[in-house]
Every structure is written in C-alpha cells, then in structure tokens.
Design a binder for this molecule. Sequence first.
Ligand SMILES: Cc1cc2nc3c(=O)[nH]c(=O)nc-3n(C[C@H](O)[C@H](O)[C@H](O)COP(=O)(O)OP(=O)(O)OC[C@H]3O[C@@H](n4cnc5c(N)ncnc54)[C@H](O)[C@@H]3O)c2cc1C
Length: 358
Amino acid sequence: MSLFDVAVIGGGIAGAAAALTVAAAGRSVLVIGPQGEAGDRPGEFLSPAANALLAELGLAERIAAGPHRVANATYAAWAAPVLAQRNAITHTEGPGRVLDRRAFERSLTAAVTDAGIPRLGILLAGAERDGALWRLTLDDGTERAARFLIDVSGRAAVVARRFVRRRRADRLVAACDFLAQKTDDVEPTPATLIEAAAEGWWYATLLPDRRMGLAFFSDPDRLPRGLSRDPARWRTMLAETEWTARWLDSAGYRIDGAPRLASAGTTWLERAAGEGWAAAGDAAAAFDPLSSHGLTSALWGGRRAGQGALATLDGDPGPLERYAATLDEAVRQFLSQRRAVYGEVRRFADRPFWNRRH
Ligand SMILES: Cc1cc2nc3c(=O)[nH]c(=O)nc-3n(C[C@H](O)[C@H](O)[C@H](O)COP(=O)(O)OP(=O)(O)OC[C@H]3O[C@@H](n4cnc5c(N)ncnc54)[C@H](O)[C@@H]3O)c2cc1C
C-alpha cells in the first residue's frame, strides 16, 4: 500500500490550496476526490481579499488570465427599499472578480497537475486511524496510507464530522438558476444586485459568459413546496420583486426552467483540527453566501491547514493549533456581523425569515 505524507480529501478550492502548499515544501501529497462537478455551480464572487492568497499560492497570473470579469458595481436594496450603489473600483486589495466558476476550478486543477501532484478522481469511502497513520479506503476498494489527513470535502466533512460536532446557525437554502439572454439588442450592465424580500433575499449577477446568475436565499419552510419542479412558481416569485425583475426583464433575461436547490447555511466544526488531521474550507466552516467569502476562506483555510500539516510532520503542533483558534474566532466574528447585517432590514421584521436572524 503506498504511503503519503499528506492525503487531501476533496479536490475543490480548499483542496487545491492545501495540496499546492504541501507539495511546494517537498512533502508527498495525494489528492482524493472527483474532478469538478457536473453542471453549473453557484458561487462566483471572489472577494478582493483573495488576491494576496492567490499570489501566495502562485495562482495570481493564471486567474488574471482567465475569462473572469472585474466586479465593479454592486447595487443593493437592503436596509431601505431603494437601490444604493457600492462602487469597488478603488479597492486597495485589488479588484474583486465575478468568476467563470468552472474555469476557475479548472485553473486550480491544472495548477495541481502541473505541480506533479497525484490525484485519484474517486470518493473516499473510509478512513481509519492505524497507530500514527491513516488507512484510507477508496470507493473502488483499494487502500492508501497517509501520515496526515486534510478534510476538504466541502459541507459533507466526511472525516472530520466523525471526530467533532458540526454546529449550525441556520438552515439557509438557495434556489439557483442560470439564465440565458434572449436578445442581442441590449448590452447588459456588468453588475450585481441584491434585494431583500419578505421571505428572504435575491441575488443576481452578470456572469462573464453573459448569462445571469440568479438565486433566492430563504429557509426551507419559507420556500414554496415543490419549487425545484415548478418553473411557473419560480417566474411568479421573480416577478414579485421590486428591482431584480425589472433589471432582468429590461436586459432580456427570462426564466426557462425550475431552480436547483443548494444548502447555503452557516455551519462549522467545533474544532477544525485534531490528532493527525485538519479540516478546511466548507468542511471546517461554511458561511452564509451573503458574506461572499466562502471561496476566499477556502483558499485561506486550505493554505493554513497545509502549513499546519507540514509543521506537525516536523514535530511542531503550534501552527495547526493557531489555525484552529483563528478559524474559531473568525466564525464568532462572522456570526455577530451576520446578525448586524440582517438586523439592518427592519421592514420585514415580522416575517419569520428575518425574525429568526434578528
Ligand atoms: C448558493 C451559493 C452561493 C455562493 N456564492 C458564493 C460567492 O459568491 N462567493 C464566495 O466566495 N463563496 C460563495 N459560496 C460559497 C463557496 O461556493 C464555497 O465556500 C466553496 O465552494 C468552498 O470550497 P471547498 O473547497 O471548501 O468545498 P467544495 O468546493 O464543496 O469542494 C469539496 C470537494 O470535496 C469533494 N468530496 C465530497 N465528498 C468526498 C469524498 N467522500 N471523497 C472525496 N472527495 C469528496 C467534492 O466532490 C468536492 O469536489 C456560495 C455557496 C452557495 C451554496
């Protein structure tokens, strides 16, 4: 059975950051996890704070050369029922980006391959501690061994959740859609629009390929039953918005099908590291997308977990302990910011979605 210094469970964003960090230090690393997801995936706003991390990981040029667009304008009808613009052109950390999410993930996968890191494109089926080693069983029944394990398997947290409790602040769910433009006559504004509504909030953003990413965030019990099979109901919900429908309609975007539902709640592990393991990205802490820092947090966490693994293998547990403590503090700060931001919306204060968050 082949033995690696570090096994990275999950080939997403945090997984790429962790694997690149470990490989750059000359340690052997194996990535276990399927390559990319079938179909479109929501999550395209990359915060300016990611720029420094991309540079640290040697990814800045790859991403700058990609088909992504600079995120300049965000409009929000949040605290008051009027549109306010937030202009990000002069951001000191460099621009935020609206990503072509698939191209972004392909760039990270290519960087992992170019670094000579082996990858098994299958799921992990089991992980057992065997003395100082991890014995890993893959979906095809074969086994591998590793000295350290980094769980970056997204919200599933397939290994870490066996060791520590996963806590949750809410059950936020996103109804997501990707709309094609039905006319060539209108040049759509490259912008993002956020709009508070009685049962949740809307998010629309012009994607680099000229499609419109559209999502409605709510609680499972506040969404119409069967929405994921009901395009007509989805159309009606959009039509009832004050600003989003007007923008999409004037730019020639129409709903064709029903939305896909995705978990979007804030959940986190009570501790992001333990003996011989660390978790990062959504596996360690998944944030309400209103924060727009899930991708940045995945890059940051993957890198810090990778550095923590390297130090642990060299006999120094300090960096891993500091990583877990920093993440814990970040979750606490996020929970208080989340309350403040939702608390700005008083006009729906009597509605369950908002009431639960005030
Ligand atoms: C609706 C929505 C909108 C969002 N919008 C934004 C946004 O605008 N900006 C932003 O920054 N963030 C956003 N996010 C959050 C962002 O998408 C996530 O935080 C980010 O994808 C986390 O990356 P990750 O690498 O931790 O996990 P993932 O990207 O989920 O990767 C986990 C990987 O683990 C693999 N895996 C799972 N189980 C196993 C197993 N048993 N064995 C091996 N591999 C396994 C999966 O196949 C996957 O490839 C949004 C999230 C949602 C739900």
